[in-house]
Design a binder for this molecule. Structure first.
Ligand SMILES: NC(=O)c1ccc[n+]([C@@H]2O[C@H](COP(=O)([O-])OP(=O)(O)OC[C@H]3O[C@@H](n4cnc5c(N)ncnc54)[C@H](O)[C@@H]3O)[C@@H](O)[C@H]2O)c1
Length: 252
């Protein structure tokens, strides 16, 4: 049995993950952490400031963090101090925040990081990579859509798409939206839609005269991210300390 703590337990993802951990025969939900105390799926949620006490008392094998970048840094540092393996799904993490997390993790605990835990998105990223290799001379645009409460923009998934395109087609200026009289330069257009309860849509379009190729992924339910995070939680326990990606978990 793998003992799991969920950070961000009262959030949209925390609730989905908590439910799925509680329903899983080989995972044991031993606690949650959020800004307010409470309970979820038979486990106690403690306030963030009491995280150390919870980790001491429950001694979990893995902590899953879906919070906000500013909080995730401290959460990762605390888990690493307690030698708890990590699955981090929080997005909007800056390079400086990632460096702080890496320092806490290296030599201490194994940790999986992914801006998207959906297996489909991880395969979609591979398709984008292959398309980028073949379509270097096409005009490329990235469009993403999420629910009205999403805090960071563009999404972590879109940022990973941009990183993959940089690697495959060479670094291009990112043009975040357009307005007024504009002329298309050697750039990648990035467009963000926020509304309603959209779970997560991403499209990459490659256009040349007379044709467009579009690759799209659409998530219909948060459980696709949660089930990938649970798969990562199973995988990460017992691995050597260090930073891993979902591609390591999936063997892609
Ligand atoms: N990697 C993925 O597959 C994936 C998928 C969906 C969402 N996300 C990301 O996960 C994060 C959470 O998304 P969400 O939709 O659940 O957001 P949300 O706002 O619904 O939930 C975040 C929760 O974190 C809590 N929180 C804030 N500070 C905290 C702290 N110091 N300690 C513990 N909890 C704290 C908040 O109170 C809130 O309940 C976002 O960064 C989002 O982009 C990642």
């Amino acid at each position: 049995m793998i003992n799991v703590v969920v950070c961000g337990a009262l959030g949209r993802m925390g609730q989905t993950i908590g439910r799925m951990v509680a329903e899983s025969p080989d995972l044991n939900l031993v606690g949650g952490i959020d800004l307010k105390p409470g309970t979820f799926f038979g486990a106690e949620i403690v306030e963030a400031k009491n995280m150390g006490t919870l980790l001491d008392a429950q001694n979990p094998d893995v902590m899953i963090d879906f919070t906000i970048a500013s909080a995730a840094v401290g959460n990762v540092q605390e888990a690493a101090r307690h030698k708890v393996a990590l699955v981090v799904g929080t997005t909007g993490i800056s390079p400086e925040q990632r460096a702080l997390m890496a320092t806490a993790i290296e030599g201490n605990v194994p940790a999986v990081f992914s801006t998207n835990y959906s297996v489909g998105v991880n395969i979609f990223w591979q398709l984008v990579r292959n398309a980028g290799k073949l379509l270097k001379d096409y005009d490329i645009e990235v469009i993403e859509a999420h629910h009205r409460n999403k805090k960071d923009a563009p999404s972590g998934t879109a940022k990973t798409i941009l990183q993959i395109l940089d690697e495959e087609v060479g670094s291009r200026k990112k043009q975040y939206g357009r307005e007024g009289i504009t002329e298309r330069a050697d750039e990648i257009g990035v467009h963000v839609i926020r509304g309603g309860d959209i779970v997560g849509d991403h499209t990459v379009s490659f256009s040349k005269n007379f044709e467009t190729i579009e690759l799209s992924h659409r998530a219909y339910d948060r459980s696709v991210f949660a089930s990938g995070a649970l798969r990562a939680a199973h995988w990460v326990v017992g691995k050597k300390p260090g930073m891993y990606a979902m591609s390591d978990v999936l063997g892609l």
